[in-house]
Design a protein around this ligand. Structure first.
Ligand SMILES: [Zn+2]
Length: 179
């Protein structure tokens, strides 16, 4: 009887310790946790309402470069995309499905050669995937609405988030803000 009580006490303390000490407490881990699948409607965008198309359909709708990036997880060469040095005021949307992803006021000059943002318009519009391709441990960022590959997110961004969403220009379109 006594042994059982001691055993339960140990289990209880162990689970409490695990709760108090999540092994991943970086900004990146937090944002990844925030975007756990959630079927609620965020800011009018219902991510349950997925855009699903065949490869053939995507090929018809996208340019070859958009298709290579969005559907085949390609990467444009640094300093070659149309938005890395783009400073107009407006909104960057997914080139495949039109979901509004990033606002120009969250864009910053990272010097990496790809458009970089410190946060998305809404974390529910982004899905985060662990990516270990090319021998690197990275976090892939994809559009939650159409599953299109956008780029990666890193932990070396500026305040307030400390994150750098490093996105391919070719995965997005820009909508200039009307004055
Ligand atoms: Zn999309």
């Amino acid at each position: 009887m006594k042994i059982t009580i001691v055993f339960l006490l140990i289990i209880g303390l162990a689970s409490l310790w695990i709760k108090l000490n999540p092994d991943d407490s970086t900004a990146l881990a937090k944002v990844k946790n925030l975007s756990e699948p959630d079927s609620t409607n965020h800011n009018g965008v219902n991510m349950d309402n997925k855009v699903v198309k065949t490869d053939e359909e995507w090929k018809k709708e996208l340019t070859p470069e958009e298709y290579r990036i969005l559907r085949e997880k390609g990467t444009e060469r640094a300093f070659t995309g149309k938005y890395w040095d783009h400073h107009e005021i407006g909104t960057y949307i997914c080139a495949a499905c039109g979901t509004e992803l990033f606002e120009s006021n969250t864009k910053f000059d990272s010097g990496c050669g790809w458009p970089s943002y410190f946060e998305p318009i809404d974390s529910s519009r982004i899905i985060y995937n662990d990516d270990s391709s090319f021998g690197m441990k990275r976090t892939e960022v994809i559009c939650a609405k159409c599953d299109g590959h956008l780029g990666h997110v890193f932990d070396d961004g500026p305040p307030p988030t400390g994150l750098r969403y490093c996105i391919n220009s070719g995965s997005m379109k820009f909508v200039k803000k009307e004055k």
